[in-house]
Design a protein around this ligand. Structure first.
Ligand code: SPV
Ligand code: MN
Length: 650
C-alpha cells in the first residue's frame, strides 16, 4: 500500500513555512527583482510553499529561477564553470565534471525510502522511518547552501500533456545538476501550472553537494519520501545520486503506477526504439535491462530511437500500448563506446556541434578518453582520481584504468542521427508491439526467446538475473534483477508483480494489439556453451539481428520453434538476418547459443521460486509457470538428454 500525503511533510517541518503568505514573504526577502518576477509566473501554491521551505531550510545566499530561456540556461552553464563544477574542454560545447572518488556511481547503501510505520517495502530496498529521516534532515540540511546559489527548475518527465507525463521541480545548489537537467529533461516552466492541474501532483527534488569533499561523502544520503513525492540528496554530485528527476522520480512513478494506476499505467527501466521491417513498416520496442547491460546500445540499434533508460506506458482507447520517454537526453556509460559498436553516438562525441557534459573520463590536452574507445590512448592525463599515466598501479599493484567503468556522457538525444525527435515529442507516445527483458547472463538463457503468453512474459521480467556492474557502489556477484527495475521499486515486489500481470493481461488489448514479450541475452560466453574461454559468443552488432528477428516474429513473418521456455528462432531466419549485417552465422554458433541447457534453466527456475517463496503474497500463477516449465523441461531431458539443440525440436 501507499498512501500519499501521509505523515509529516519534512520540508514544511524543517522549513517552517505553511501558508502562501509566508512563502511570498520568503521570496521577497531572498529573491532579487528579476528572479521574483520569474517566480511570480508560477501559480501553484503548493509548489511555491515547497520552494519557500527549501529556501528557509537550505539558506542559500541567493536564488536563481530557471525559466529554461536561452539566457537562463547560459547563466547555469557559467555558474557551473565559475564554481569549478565543470571545466571547458577543447571542443567548444564540451565540459568535464568530476565526481569525488567515493561518489562514482549510485550510493545504494546510502539510499533510502522514507516510510511511515507499518508500510510494506520491497525486500530489495533500504528504508528509513520518517522520524529518523527528519532527524537527519534537521541535523545536516539547514544552512547547507550558505555561500551558494539555489537554482530552481521546472521540468516535465515526458512530452507536456502526455497521459503518463509527470511534472517535477528540481532544486539544487549545483550548476552541474541543473545543467544536466536541462539536457536530460523538458523544461516546462510555462506549462508547470497546467501540468500539475492535469496530473494532480508533482515531484519535488532538493539537492545540495555541501562542501563537496570526500570527508562528507559518508554523510551523504539519498532519501525518497514516497508519501510526499519528495527527494532529498546531500553531500554527493554523481547524477544518479543527485539529479533525482531521473531515478528518484522514476521510483515515485513506479509507486504511482503500482498503487494508483493499476491496468492503466506502468513506469519501467526500459529503452524505447523503433525497428524498420519489410516494406518500411515500423515496429516499436521497449526493453528492460539492468544498469550497464547494453540498454543504450540496444536503443540506438533501432531506426527510430526514442529513449535509452526510462519508459512510461499506458493503454490508449484503441487498445494500443503507448510509451513515452520521460527524458529527452542520454546519461550514457562511455566505457566500450566506439566506432564499431556505437557509430552514431561516436559521431556526437567526436564530432562538432553537440553539447556534451563528460563525467569521470580521462582528460588529456582537453580531449576526453575512456577505456574501450578503440582510439590511441594518451600517455597521461587527469581523471576523477587525479593524475593518471600509462602503467599507473593501485595500492595492490594492479593496473589503474584511465577512466572509471561508470564514466558517462550527457547529451540531448535528438543529437543522435537516428533519434525520432518528432515522435519522441508527441504526447501520444509511440505504439509499442514488443517488450524485452535482459541481463548479463553468461550461461543460461539464449540470445532471444519469446513468451508464449502475457503471463509467461511477466515471468520473464520477474526472472532476470544479472552480473553486478559498476553503476552501483559496492555491488558484486550475480543477482536477481526483477524487471531490471528492482532498485527502483519502492513497494512490495508482490504488488508490483500483480500490477504487471493485470496490465499485460488487460482486456483493453485486442489479440492484434497485445504486445509480445521476450527475453534477450547478449552475454553468453564460450566456456559455458561447450567452448573454452570467457569471451562472449556474440558481438554488439548482433543486437540488430535479435531485434530484427523479433520484428519479423511480432508481425507474423517468421515461424518459431516451440520450447518449454517459449518460442525460439529457426536457424535459417537468423542466418538471413545476419547477412544484412554482413556476417556469417555458422550453424555451430547457433547451436551453442540456442541449445537448451536443461539443468541450468531448471536451476534458474528453482532459484527464482525459492527467492519469491520468501516474499509475502506473490501471485500464485508465477509459481505455476515455473512448475509447468520445469515439468516440460524434465520431459525433454528424458527424451533428448540435458543439452538439447534446436534440431531435435523443429
Ligand atoms: C543507471 O545506473 O541505471 C542509470 C544511471 O541510468 S543512474 O542515474 O545512476 O541511475
Ligand atoms: Mn538506468
Amino acid at each position: 500500500m501507499l498512501e500519499l500525503k501521509k505523515g509529516d511533510e519534512i520540508l514544511a517541518i524543517v522549513g517552517g513555512i505553511t501558508t502562501i503568505a509566508e512563502a511570498r514573504k520568503v521570496f521577497a526577502d531572498n529573491l532579487d527583482e528579476v528572479n521574483s518576477k520569474k517566480l511570480a509566473q508560477i501559480q501553484n501554491e503548493e509548489a511555491l510553499i515547497k520552494i519557500a521551505n527549501a529556501i528557509t531550510m537550505c539558506r542559500p545566499d541567493s536564488v536563481f529561477v530557471n525559466t529554461g530561456s536561452a539566457a537562463d540556461v547560459q547563466w547555469i552553464r557559467e555558474y557551473s564553470l565559475n564554481k569549478g563544477e565543470e571545466k571547458k574542454l577543447a571542443k567548444a560545447e564540451h565540459t568535464i565534471h568530476f565526481d569525488l572518488p567515493e561518489d562514482q556511481a549510485r550510493l545504494v547503501k546510502q539510499t533510502f525510502y522514507i516510510i511511515n510505520e507499518g508500510e510494506q517495502m520491497s525486500s530489495l530496498a533500504k528504508s528509513v522511518l520518517r522520524s529518523e529521516a527528519i532527524d537527519y534532515v534537521k541535523k545536516f540540511i539547514p544552512g547547507i547552501m550558505t555561500g551558494k546559489t539555489m537554482i530552481v527548475g521546472f521540468y516535465s518527465r515526458g512530452p507536456v500533456g502526455a497521459e503518463a507525463a509527470n511534472p517535477a521541480i528540481e532544486i539544487s545548489s549545483s550548476g552541474y545538476v541543473l545543467h544536466s537537467a536541462e539536457l536530460l529533461y523538458r523544461n516546462c516552466f510555462s506549462d508547470f501550472d497546467a501540468e500539475t492541474q492535469r496530473t494532480g501532483f508533482f515531484f519535488t527534488n532538493v539537492h545540495s553537494e555541501g562542501n563537496n569533499t570526500s570527508e562528507d561523502v559518508p554523510n551523504a544520503r539519498i532519501f525518497m519520501d514516497r508519501s510526499w513525492m519528495t527527494t532529498f540528496s546531500t553531500f554527493c554530485t554523481y547524477a544518479g545520486n543527485t539529479l533525482l528527476l531521473k531515478k528518484g522520480n522514476h521510483r515515485f512513478s513506479v509507486d504511482y503506477a503500482t498503487y494508483y494506476k493499476v491496468e492503466e499505467q506502468l513506469a519501467e527501466h526500459m529503452f524505447i526504439t523503433g525497428m524498420t521491417g519489410p516494406g518500411g513498416r515500423k515496429t516499436f520496442f521497449a526493453g528492460a535491462a539492468p544498469s550497464g547491460c547494453g540498454k543504450t546500445t540496444t536503443a540506438m540499434v533501432g531506426s527510430d530511437f526514442v529513449g535509452d533508460d526510462l519508459a512510461q506506458f499506458w493503454i490508449d482507447k484503441g487498445g494500443v500500448l503507448r510509451a513515452i520517454n520521460p527524458e529527452k537526453g542520454i546519461f550514457g556509460i562511455v566505457e566500450d563506446v566506439n566506432r564499431e559498436g556505437d557509430p552514431l553516438l561516436m559521431d556526437c562525441l567526436r564530432g562538432d556541434g553537440t553539447e556534451v557534459i563528460w563525467s569521470n573520463v580521462l582528460v588529456a590536452d582537453g580531449v576526453p578518453h575512456w577505456v574501450g574507445h578503440d582510439e590511441e590512448t594518451p600517455d597521461k592525463g587527469i581523471n576523477s582520481f587525479g593524475e593518471w599515466f600509462k602503467g599507473k598501479t593501485g595500492p595492490d599493484g594492479s593496473p589503474v584504468a584511465m577512466s572509471h567503468k561508470n564514466s558517462r556522457c550527457t547529451l540531448v538525444a535528438s543529437e543522435i542521427a537516428n533519434h525520432a525527435t518528432e515522435l519522441s515529442e508527441d504526447p501520444n507516445g509511440v505504439p509499442v508491439k514488443v517488450i524485452t527483458y535482459s541481463g548479463r547472463d553468461a550461461d543460461t538463457m539464449p540470445p532471444v526467446w519469446v513468451a508464449k503468453n502475457s503471463d509467461e512474459g511477466v515471468a520473464i521480467g520477474a526472472s532476470i538475473v544479472s552480473k553486478a556492474t559498476a553503476t552501483e557502489v559496492g555491488a558484486t556477484g550475480v543477482n536477481r534483477q526483477p524487471w531490471a527495475n528492482a532498485p527502483f521499486i519502492p513497494g512490495a515486489l508482490a504488488d508490483y508483480m500483480a500490477a504487471q500481470f493485470t496490465f499485460f493481461n488487460s482486456t483493453k488489448f485486442s489479440e492484434a494489439t497485445r504486445p509480445i514479450m521476450a527475453g534477450l541475452n547478449y552475454f553468453l560466453t564460450h566456456e559455458h556453451r561447450g567452448g573454452t574461454g570467457s569471451n562472449l559468443l556474440g558481438e554488439k552488432k548482433d543486437v540488430k539481428v535479435w531485434l530484427g528477428w523479433l520484428e519479423l516474429f511480432a508481425n507474423g513473418d517468421v515461424e518459431a520453434i516451440t520450447t518449454p521456455i517459449g518460442y525460439l528462432p529457426k536457424y535459417q531466419d537468423l542466418a538471413t538476418l545476419f547477412q544484412t549485417i554482413d556476417k556469417e552465422y555458422p550453424k555451430s554458433l547457433y547451436d551453442m547459443q540456442f541449445a537448451l541447457y536443461i539443468d541450468k534453466i531448471v536451476d534458474r527456475l528453482d532459484l527464482q521460486r525459492d527467492a519469491y517463496s520468501k516474499e509475502a503474497e506473490i501471485p500464485q500463477k508465477l509459481f505455476k509457470i515455473y512448475e509447468n516449465q520445469k515439468n516440460e523441461l524434465f520431459q525433454l531431458k528424458e527424451q533428448f538428454g540435458s543439452i538439447i539443440t534446436m534440431d531435435k525440436l523443429v
